[in-house]
Design a binder for this molecule. Structure first.
Ligand code: ZN
Length: 175
């Protein structure tokens, strides 16, 4: 579930540029990837200049970013190219192309984490609910039944509502 959310963003991998014969100065290039249409892309040995338009949560954004490359020499030889995240400067192999270009850490990644926590919590909630939805099972003690009822009610109110509100604020409209 969490992965689905992240993969909504088109992804750019530094390995794409690994074997390219990159020019010393910025040169216009084309790069096609499903889900991302680059209005403009310039590439050099030193990095990328990327411009694109993206719609998300009903907002159209024009994104323009420069992404620097960082070359390392791995033990097995050759050179490996990395991106430097334009937001935090961290070295990374994958950038997400959303309303801004960002690495996983930057891209408000509380988002899938929250989703994961939510689905786990939700599964538990459903399990509790399934035990008591038709009233108290014969063999269950009243104390257990009351406790489960309270838990279900508490979760429904205190966990799910704020979570849905926070998702809506992030432009997620639910299903
Ligand atoms: Zn970052």
């Amino acid at each position: 579930m969490a992965k689905e959310i992240t993969s909504e963003y088109p992804v750019l991998r530094s390995s794409l540029f690994q074997k390219m014969d990159l020019p010393e100065t910025f040169t216009p290039a084309t790069l096609s990837r499903s889900g991302a249409v680059f209005a403009s892309l310039e590439v050099s040995r030193h990095g990328l200049i990327l411009s694109y338009r993206i719609t998300g949560g009903g907002i159209l954004s024009n994104v323009h970013d420069r992404i620097d490359f960082d070359w390392t020499c791995p033990a097995y030889g050759g050179q490996r190219v990395w991106f430097l995240c334009p937001r935090c400067g961290r070295r990374c192999g994958v950038l997400y192309l959303g309303q801004r270009v960002a690495c996983r850490k930057c891209l408000d990644l509380a988002y899938p984490c929250e989703m994961e926590r939510f689905t786990k919590g939700w599964a538990l909630h459903q399990r509790w609910l399934s035990r008591i939805k038709d009233g108290k099972p014969k063999r269950m003690r009243w104390r257990t039944y009351d406790k489960l009822q309270a838990k279900v009610a508490e979760r429904a109110v205190s966990r799910i509502q704020p979570f849905l509100a926070s998702m809506r604020r992030r432009g997620f409209n639910g299903k």
